[in-house]
Ligand binder design. Sequence first.
Ligand code: COS
Length: 378
Amino acid sequence: MPDQTFLDWPFFEPRHRDLAAALEAWCVAHLPVDHSDIDAACRGLVAALGAGGWLQHSGGVLDVRSLCLIRETLARHDGLADFAFAMQGLGMGAVSLFGSPEQRAWLDKTRAGSAIAAFALTEPLSGSDVAATSTTAERVQGGWRLSGEKTWISNGGIADIYVIFARTGEAPGARGLSAFLMPADVAGLHVVERLDVIAPHPLARLRLDGVELPDSALIGRAGEGFKLAMAVLDVFRSTVGAAALGFARRALDESLTRVSSRRIQGAALAELQMVQGHLADMALEVDAAALLVYRAAWTKDQGAARITREAAMAKLYATEAAQRVIDTAVQLHGGDGVRHGSVVEQLYRDIRALRIYEGASDVQRVVIARSILPKEAK
Ligand code: COS
């Protein structure tokens, strides 16, 4: 059991402490799951998280501290469980924040675990540069026709509902994008490639060949898709930091067990000062990451309109620190650290993508720098 003293920090209310304790017990009983069939595992996890009531927190009113506590706890037990939870939230984030009553009906399904959600923003030529989105949505009688390609779409291939971003052309660049709610069974949507990565989860490249959507599919206002995407990412970037924190806590825990039991020249590894130095650095990075993650989450929950800087700092620091903590954990485990199937080997693969998706580390640096520079220097 990792250090839980952070729950006494003033960022939290009693309901958060209750949530963390109840979810911990659920995780001990249900995780990890078998990952051999990734699609089946994810479908099963979404259903189980729905049945457990945890997905109620993934949409509707977003309490960012709860989202972060859930992600960090799930990530500590099973990275795929964190993924399944996170994508229900990110996928429906635009609907939670800006959806019409009709669109919000989908939240009943994603929060129950009876529908799987996906967030389709990235394209082959626009990952970090969202303003370069080239998928088009043209006006047709009674609605919109969408054409283009999306890639690196998590849950692509198993999702029931997508939020998709396309160029509607009100202005060039960032001011000409819009968001749409797109059921997976529309005509013209093709899953053209499934993508295999070092920590496997459902991931796909999609093609839209003249997909027709009604007027009611537009989320928010036409031309405001970029700001809408950024507002969703403000919330969910903090939670990526939380997932990284969960991985780092697990790596520290595994390391403490390892250095207490492994002996070298007649003494436990833990007695060596150089090992203690590593442990101290790991613990320091874990606490610093937690402070940044829950500072961002608390700030948003207090009603801040934007937490762009706080969220970028939380994601950047927590993911980079977790990578270092996990790398040290692998080192302390020696050969066992690189053995397929060991906990720290799995963490080593799990953490890597978090420094890339939902805004790569260097994008977060750009966001932070712009937030502190005077206007004329940006
Ligand atoms: N919330 C609300 N509005 C925001 C915002 C936010 N977090 N961030 C920017 N905006 C607004 C800006 O205020 C600006 O509005 P005005 O035109 O009214 O002034 C508009 O959006 C354009 O912003 P900006 O000029 O900063 O846009 P850029 O094209 O320079 O993009 C970055 C900036 C790189 C920060 C942005 O494209 C980004 O975050 N990229 C990473 C995307 C990402 O995370 N991809 C992964 C996909 S999910 S796996």
